[in-house]
Design a protein. Structure first.
Lengths: 219, 200
């Protein structure tokens, strides 16, 4: 979607402000949001892709001014209400009015290290051969769905070179919307800086994205 | 923890809202307080840039390991005991005299958790996400790093579930140092590509 999350190449945000290693949280509520987000993911209502879409669906003015953990929090509230585990009224009054539905799925503390160490790989068996090979010139399609996509706006309708194949991976554009994993071949595609940013682009710059096959056509 | 279940009006809005949600979810049995503590303990003690620094230092001192890291970073990093969430598909990119790598996620906050931990605030913020793909040399200047114009910059936008780890160049004057001592020279920022490894 053409939301506020699609930030690549935007002007006017100013300088990057570095911070020391180990300075991860800036308010006591931030680690709570991180832990709640991970723990609620265990309930199995939504995929990682749906949660990303919930975040990018925040109003642009909120998205661009909120801290990242606030973005996570607003999205978590939206996901929990969308899937019927928490009501708007409960959030307003700050207490439970109805029972939880999937308490049986809640992680135990003992399970956490194993779950975190295992992760959730997104590679899947390919159902068709890869259409492109390393070295192929490809053009990204002009895809502008109002729904979730991982093709950034700055890399739309651009010609680049395939630099790596990664096999088939879960396709976020469908998976974010309950339409299945629809695994598609994933490629790394590199673009010359000047092809992205025009004549003023850095001549010594190469930018790559990881792009699923449905994003690409032969150049 | 959540003994103050109903009246959060004395708190700032975010503190109050987060406490309220945590109360609701724990009262419903959907999350357990001890589970939240276990998650935080994991992210604070099991993952982080000291893991990545060990990987880099070993790659500097063990050419066979460096070759394995280049060929299959997920497996090579797993050899060191670092696996899991947001690191399921790792790729290591190696800086050289002629090419410098920089990692960003313009669309959200994708970051290689097992080796670098949770991302710093700037990594998730608009200034970095907007500028890293267009003006990486300008971003590097914000970090006090000046690269020669002859050094090509390759920016990796983490748009899928592949997670990138930059292997910075080994600094001069480090001959004979142990991997353990070398790891102390490897900063988090250098493994994102926003810094260089520290000279001893």
């Amino acid at each position: 979607m053409n939301g506020a999350q699609d930030l690549g190449g935007r002007h006017g945000f100013g300088a990057v402000v570095p911070e020391p290693e180990g300075e991860l949280f800036h308010a006591e509520w931030e680690p709570r949001v991180l832990a709640l987000t991970l723990a609620c993911g265990a309930l199995g209502y939504w995929t990682l892709d749906e949660s990303r879409h919930a975040r990018e669906s925040l109003a642009p003015a909120t998205y661009l001014t909120a801290s990242y953990y606030r973005i996570w929090f607003e999205a978590l509230c939206a996901l929990l209400t969308r899937h019927g585990e928490v009501t708007e009224e409960e959030l307003v009054i700050g207490r439970k009015l109805q029972d939880g539905h999937r308490a049986d799925r809640a992680w135990t503390a003992a399970a956490v290290p194993g779950i975190m160490a295992k992760g959730g790989p997104t590679d899947r068996a390919a159902t068709a051969p890869a259409r492109f090979a390393v070295g192929d010139r490809v053009r990204t399609r002009n895809l502008q769905p109002a729904t979730h996509t991982r093709l950034p706006g700055y890399a739309r309708e651009k010609i680049g070179t395939v630099t790596a194949l990664h096999g088939a991976h879960v396709f976020p554009d469908t998976n974010a919307h309950g339409q299945g994993e629809a695994p598609a071949h994933l490629y790394t595609v590199a673009f010359e800086g000047r092809d992205l940013w025009g004549a003023d682009g850095d001549p010594g710059l190469l930018v790559s994205i990881d792009a699923w096959e449905p994003y690409l056509e032969t150049a | 923890m959540h003994d103050d279940t109903q009246n959060h009006s004395h708190l700032d809005p975010m503190t109050a809202r987060v406490k309220a949600l945590e109360t609701i979810l724990t009262d419903k049995g959907l999350v357990r307080p001890e589970t939240l503590e276990a998650i935080l303990q994991h992210v604070e003690t099991k993952i982080g840039p000291r893991n990545g620094a060990q990987v880099v230092a070993r790659a500097w001192t063990d050419p066979d390991y460096a070759a394995r890291l280049r060929a299959d970073a997920t497996a090579a990093v797993a050899e060191m005991g670092f696996t899991g969430r947001q690191g399921e598909h790792l790729i290591a990119v190696f800086n050289s005299q002629t090419e410098h790598h920089l990692v960003v996620c313009t669309l959200c906050s994708c970051y290689p958790w097992p080796v670098l931990g949770l991302p710093p605030t700037w990594y998730k913020s608009p200034p970095y996400r907007a500028r890293a793909v267009r003006d990486p040399r300008g971003v590097l200047t914000d970090f006090g790093v000046d690269l020669p114009d002859t050094t090509r910059i390759r920016v990796w936008d983490s748009t899928a579930e592949l997670r990138y780890l930059v292997v910075p160049q080994r600094p001069p004057g480090t001959d004979g140092m142990t991997a353990e001592d070398l790891a102390a020279l490897v900063t988090r920022d250098s493994m994102i590509g926003c810094g260089l490894a520290v000279r001893p």
